[in-house]
Structure formats: structure tokens, C-alpha cells
Design a protein around this ligand. Structure first.
Ligand code: NDP
Ligand code: MG
Length: 377
């Protein structure tokens, strides 16, 4: 029986993780659950899954829970869920910078971390990996590309390889004429062709800021140099990523697009269980296409690679500016084509390196303030 603390249960990954847990009730038990403020869905989830402990991070009224469930709100309660004593593994499915605290709390408690929150590695990858090494815990990739790489390396993140080839769908606006990008609506940018995900990551797929984040994530998880990572557009999202070895052999992991597979595998590896997915139809005409990234369509991707190259505090500032720009676009304050210039301008001032959590938090706050100051008044 694997006991899971699920952090971010009300999100897209969180809901799929609960579906995975429900598929194998004899193998998985959700012992702790946390979310931020979605009280209604959280209460439904508590009633259905009956964790020992349930925490909402945002302060507010208590939520009615069944007997046997302990409920609490606020920062300390959130951290308790992330470090829940009974858990064997903590699945961090929170979105944004907020995930870093959850990941670090789980590591400090000596728990393995199934990591969906890529921002933990983008903003604080050196810290997260150093603490995981010091505590002897596993970081188990959930992001589909990084799960694919892990599978190609036979679940050994330290196995040697020559090159990593990350695939990208190209997002919701991949076929829109470039001249139309300045007038796209939030709804258009959020209409992803292959995946149903939270709003922030869906927008980041359209701009490919997400793929830039994933390059940084792969550098941390697999000790890759930037020059060892290639990104290809692959419209069908069947090949989730590939690894090339010294002799030129390339292994790819393929499956129909579904996050349930990487979520489940992070919990069962090296064992594989039925995931109730349709099989890939290789005979379907034109099943697999690959092409290079069009830099004119995806300026945020170039900005992310530049931040990866500069290192230090730049990826953390990149994430902060990206969160501010995304919120402003989704709220109609800026145009889609303002996102990249805003991030570029926000990163044009020198960014200091940050080491511990407190320094990263201060850097994140300063970078957000700078990006907010660039928004139209
Ligand atoms: P969603 O926006 O759907 O869900 C976010 C979750 O995080 C919700 O449970 C939300 O709680 C919680 N949350 C948000 N802000 C805070 C906060 N400040 N403190 C605590 N909890 C918070 O996101 P996704 O599920 O799409 O993504 C989650 C993470 O997984 C992201 O880092 C994303 O990049 C990554 N990921 C997602 C994929 C996907 O398919 N969705 C694929 C690969 C990676 P509440 O609902 O209460 O606000
Ligand atoms: Mg991904």
C-alpha cells in the first residue's frame, strides 16, 4: 500500500491523480490532501477519498468534513500536509512558484517527491536537488517529457546519455497566421489541441514558455548542459520525448496524450500497471511529424533559453515575470504579443543569484514587482 500526500488536489493534475488512486484502491491510499481555496471541490474530494488530513492554504471558514478526517486552514496546515508523517510519497501538483515550498517541505520530511510542479526546478532547481541528495529522497518526474526521458533511461536519472530531445505540441496558436497573434483572446490561447490542463500551463504551451521551463527542468533532473537538449515540434503529442545515446541510438517513449500514465508511473515504477488508455494507432496516416521551432512565433522560448544560459537568479525572475504577464493577458490587461516584450524588459535589469528559500522568495517578489511596474496603468 503506497500512502500519498496529494498537494494541489483540486487542479488538473490533482484530479487525475485521484482518478489513478481510485483505479487501484488496494495499492494506493491518499492520506493527506491540500489545495489553496477551491472549497467546494475540495469538500467533495474529502468526502470521496477520506484522507486522514486535509488542508486549505488560504485562510477562511472551516469546511465541513466527515468523521475521521482532520481539517485545517492556513500556511502551517499546508506545510503539515506537504510533510505528512504517514505519507510515503508527496505528489506536488500545485501550480507556480507556490510549489517550491511544498517540494522543500516534503524533502525536509524525508519523503519521496512525485514532482509535477516544474516551477520548483525552474526557480530553485539547485536547492531542490541538493536538499534531495542530502536527505536521500527520490525526485520522481511527473511532467510527461521528463517521465519519458526517465523511462528511456530505465528509471535511472544518473544513466549516461548523449542528448535529450524534448518534444513540444506547439500549443493552441501553432497554426494561426503570425499577423493574428496580436488580437488573440484568452479563450483562443487556452484551446489546446492535445491536452486539457490548468490555465497557466496551457497559455505557456501557446507561447512555449512552458517548453523553455522544461529545458531548465531537464537540465536539473538529468544533469544536462543546455547544448545537450534539442526541442522539436511534434504536433501529435505521441512521442513524449527521446534520448540519444553515445552510439547514436535513440529511444523514444510513446503513448496517447494522457497525464494519468506519468502520474501512475511515478507511483508504481519500475512496475507498470494498466492505465486504461487507448493504444497508439501507428497505422493511422501521418501519425508522427517533427519540425524545428519557429523563433518568430515563440519569442518566449528564446527568452527562457537565454535565462537558462545566464543561470543564477534569472530562471526564477523569468518565472515571476511569466506569472505576472500570464495573469495580465488572461485578465485582458495586455495583448498576447505583449507577453514576450514584458518578460524581456523585466529581465533586462541585473538579477542577483539566490540560494536558500528565503532568498528565492525575495527574488521572486522583487521580479514580480518589477514586472507589475511594466504593466499599462
Ligand atoms: P491547475 O491550475 O489546474 O491546479 C493548480 C492547483 O494548485 C490547484 O489545486 C490549486 O488549488 C493549487 N494552488 C494554486 N495556487 C496555490 C497556492 N498559492 N498554494 C497552494 N496551492 C495552490 O494546475 P495544473 O494541475 O494544470 O498544474 C499543476 C502543476 O503541474 C503546474 O506546475 C504545471 O506546470 C504542472 N504540470 C501540469 C500538467 C497538466 O497536464 N496539467 C502537465 C505537466 C506539468 P485551488 O484549486 O484551491 O486554487
Ligand atoms: Mg510537459
Amino acid at each position: 500500500m503506497k500512502k500519498i500526500a496529494l498537494i494541489g488536489s483540486t487542479g488538473s493534475i490533482g484530479r487525475q491523480a485521484l482518478a489513478v488512486a481510485a483505479r487501484y484502491p488496494a495499492r494506493f491510499r491518499v492520506v493527506a490532501m491540500a489545495a489553496n481555496k477551491n472549497e467546494r471541490l475540495f469538500a467533495e474530494q474529502i468526502a470521496a477519498y477520506r484522507p486522514a488530513f486535509a488542508a486549505l492554504r488560504a485562510e477562511g471558514q472551516p469546511v465541513a468534513v466527515p468523521r475521521g478526517v482532520r481539517f485545517a486552514r492556513g500556511e502551517a496546515a499546508f506545510e503539515e500536509a506537504c510533510a505528512f508523517a504517514e505519507a510515503d510519497v508527496v505528489l506536488v501538483a500545485v501550480s507556480g512558484f507556490a510549489g517550491l515550498k511544498a517540494t522543500l517541505a516534503a524533502i525536509e520530511a524525508g519523503k519521496d517527491v512525485a514532482l509535477a510542479n516544474k516551477e520548483s526546478l525552474v526557480v530553485g532547481g539547485d536547492l531542490v536537488l541538493a536538499r534531495a541528495r542530502a536527505k536521500g529522497v527520490n525526485i520522481l518526474p511527473v511532467d510527461s517529457e521528463h517521465s519519458a526521458i526517465w523511462q528511456c533511461l530505465h528509471f535511472d536519472r544518473a544513466a549516461p546519455y548523449a542528448r535529450i530531445i524534448l518534444t513540444a505540441s506547439g500549443g493552441a496558436l501553432r497554426d494561426l497566421p503570425l499577423g493574428r497573434l496580436s488580437s488573440v483572446t484568452a479563450a483562443e490561447a487556452l484551446a489546446h489541441p492535445n491536452w486539457k490542463m490548468g490555465a497557466k500551463i496551457t497559455l505557456d504551451c501557446a507561447t512555449m514558455l512552458n517548453k523553455g521551463f522544461e529545458v531548465i527542468e531537464a537540465m536539473h533532473l538529468y544533469g544536462a548542459a543546455l547544448s545537450q537538449i534539442e526541442v522539436l515540434i511534434h504536433r501529435e503529442s505521441i512521442v513524449h520525448s527521446m534520448v540519444e545515446f553515445a552510439d547514436g541510438a535513440v529511444l523514444a517513449q510513446m503513448s496517447v496524450p494522457s497525464m494519468e500514465l506519468p502520474i501512475q508511473l511515478a507511483l508504481t515504477w519500475p512496475e507498470r500497471l494498466d492505465c486504461a488508455l487507448p493504444r497508439v494507432d501507428f497505422a493511422k496516416p501521418g501519425a508522427l511529424h517533427f519540425s524545428s521551432v519557429d523563433e518568430a512565433r515563440y519569442p518566449c522560448f528564446r527568452l527562457a533559453l537565454a535565462a537558462a544560459e545566464r543561470g543564477g537568479g534569472y530562471p526564477c525572475a523569468l518565472n515571476a515575470a511569466g506569472e505576472v504577464a500570464a495573469e495580465a493577458f488572461l485578465n485582458g490587461r495586455i495583448r498576447y504579443t505583449d507577453i514576450a516584450p514584458l518578460i524581456e524588459e523585466a529581465l533586462s535589469a541585473p538579477v542577483p543569484a539566490a540560494h536558500g528559500y528565503a532568498e528565492l522568495e525575495a527574488l521572486d517578489a522583487a521580479a514580480r514587482a518589477r514586472a507589475r511596474g511594466l504593466l499599462p496603468q
